[in-house]
Design a protein around this ligand. Structure first.
Ligand code: 5GP
Ligand code: ZN
Length: 114
């Protein structure tokens, strides 16, 4: 997707502070962090949100979630705790239309879920 912000970040057309990268996924620091640790983890392929996910993406998403505990440890929040959030669509608060997972931590987070 040529005009997608996160595709541009994955292509390095837009700079970001990259925390992790491999062939399938990329993790980078959120530009407007909502917590001391705020990473965004994306699949490199363009999926709009979870509605685009099919059985063919099971390995990819399993891999993406498998990297999260490594990132949590690296950024020092594995033991203190952290939150993993995926916003989907308008009511879900999704602003960037490329599937992504937020990893938030480094402080006690608001208990509200909605
Ligand atoms: P959403 O609300 O779609 O779940 O979250 C999108 C996130 O992407 C927001 O937290 C926002 O701060 C972050 N974001 C948007 N544009 C950029 C950017 O150009 N660079 C980085 N690093 N983060 C971005
Ligand atoms: Zn994209």
């Amino acid at each position: 997707m040529s005009d997608c912000i996160f595709c541009k970040i994955a292509r390095r057309d837009i700079p970001s502070e990259i925390a992790y990268e491999d062939d399938e996924i990329l993790a980078f620091k959120d530009i407007q962090p909502l917590a001391p640790v705020h990473l965004v983890i994306i699949p490199k392929i363009h999926l709009r949100n979870l509605n685009d996910v099919t059985s063919e993406h099971e390995q990819l998403l399993g891999h993406l979630f498998g990297v999260i505990p490594r990132l949590a440890k690296e950024f020092g929040v594995a033991e203190t705790g952290y939150r993993v959030v995926t916003n989907n669509g308008t009511d879900g608060g999704q602003v960037v239309g490329h599937l992504h997972v937020h990893l938030l931590g480094g402080q006690a987070l608001n208990a509200a879920i909605g």
